[in-house]
Design a protein around this ligand. Structure first.
Ligand code: 5GP
Length: 200
């Protein structure tokens, strides 16, 4: 995807409960780069406090399917095997890159692997996790947003996702949000210094 600008594509993955959303929120506020979060579409219901168009575009199965068939997604996957679909909207990425933004995709491993194989994108890829499965289970249970069946599905997916960590360029352990944010910001700035022009 040639964008003819200084925009970059960043893929951030990691198991559910790794604290990705919190890290991304802080990153957007604190890292001195033109970062922009791509808002994905999903068929899952909003959690308390989540807003349509800000956290996700919450779509019906029919609307999601229509966009999918219309080729509106850069990638889309059924995540956790519970029947919920998530997808990166092509328009979110192209608009951001054209504007010179560093567009962050916070997506699952299946989606990330699909995009890594696309040579036209050249994303910067980061895998974030809390250190181990025990820490992850603790975080998911403390968060208390999922029923037991969903927690088990997320833990099983997490176990599988950890097996793909080596496919990412950078591994970040989220022991403390501040340290993880500093580390990611430094990685991105190092990248900018090393590759002043966008490769995509
Ligand atoms: P949650 O339901 O907790 O917000 O997100 C569940 C999982 O879906 C997370 O691992 C998140 O990274 C992933 N996800 C969110 N948006 C997308 C997307 O557009 N594409 C893919 N493949 N995964 C996504």
């Amino acid at each position: 995807m040639s964008n003819g600008s200084s925009g970059r594509l960043i893929i951030l993955s990691g198991p559910s409960g790794a604290g990705k959303s919190t890290v991304v929120r802080h990153l957007l506020e604190e890292c001195d780069l033109p970062l922009k979060l791509s808002v994905s579409a999903t068929t899952r219901s909003p959690r308390e406090g989540e807003q349509h168009g800000e956290h996700y575009f919450f779509l019906s199965d029919e609307d999601f399917c229509r966009l999918r068939e219309g080729g509106e997604f850069l990638e889309c996957k059924e995540v956790f095997g519970l029947g919920y679909w998530y997808g990166t909207l092509r328009e979110q990425v192209t608009t951001g890159l054209k504007a010179g933004n560093w567009v962050i995709l916070e997506i699952d491993v299946q989606g990330a692997l699909a995009l890594m194989d696309d040579r036209t994108l050249s994303p910067i890829t980061l895998f974030i996790h809390p250190g181990g499965m025990k820490e992850l289970e603790q975080r998911l249970r403390t968060r208390g947003t999922e029923i037991e069946e969903a927690i088990r599905a997320r833990l099983e997916t997490a176990h599988n996702e950890m097996q793909h960590m080596h496919r990412y360029q950078f591994e970040v352990i989220n022991g403390s949000v501040d340290l993880a944010v500093d580390e990611i910001c430094r990685i991105l700035k190092d990248h900018k210094e090393k590759y002043p022009c966008s490769k995509s």
